[in-house]
Design a protein around this ligand. Sequence first.
Ligand code: ADP
Ligand code: MG
Length: 238
Amino acid sequence: MIPTTLEARNVCFAYSDGTIAIQDISLAVEEGEFVALVGRSGIGKSTLLRILGGLLQPTAGSVVRSTDDAVGIVFQNHNLMPWRTVLQNVQLPLEISGQRDRERVRHLLDLVGLGDYADNHPAQLSGGMAQRVAIARALVHNPDLLLLDEPFGSLDALTRERMGMELVRIRQAHPITVFMVTHSIDEAVLLADKVCVMGNQPGTIVATVAVDLPHPRRLEMRYSADFQATVMEIRALI
Ligand code: ADP
Ligand code: MG
């Protein structure tokens, strides 16, 4: 049996103002799996991601994570520290755990295409560039589990495709488990093994759709009949 990295059991969450954001969510992410979460704005995707990452405690239900110390999170807004340079921002998770690996930081900056911006400050970057710094920061301590909240949301279409394919490449080198929120059904189907669809109000998982495309994924797969059929199936569920 494949070990489960992350599991939510009947999770509910209400904010302190009484807003019930999500209701009775159960899902499992297996080791090495790539799970995408789609659903309309305000349905509770970010709330669920924060609960899965241990940043919010569920009001009811429970979350079990098998990799407590090695989780990388990319938030919807990049949360970079404005007084630190790009390099210092990416280095931060290492500093916190008492490490220092300038070479790895440089390598990750090259990977996200920001090798020339190491000494810039976040205010000098575009939204998309800042988001790529946040992705590098989330990868710097070699996490086993990556939680991504619309990580490519502010990127232009081409950079977005490139980053998606980078993620495919990174996972070939280091089999990392990924849970990604995205508003792009195409992106979800192209990258994920299964797509959870969130609906209703308060939000819950209304369907989980398996994606039967071979690995590694390639951009051309978007033109296949299987791809199109899966996208249409998910669209009908939202
Ligand atoms: P999504 O990521 O799918 O757009 P969110 O998880 O951000 O949705 O929000 C789900 C619901 O919870 C929305 O109705 C939103 O207004 C509400 N919400 C989000 N954050 C808070 C908060 N800090 N306090 C109260 N309500 C919130
Ligand atoms: Mg959100």
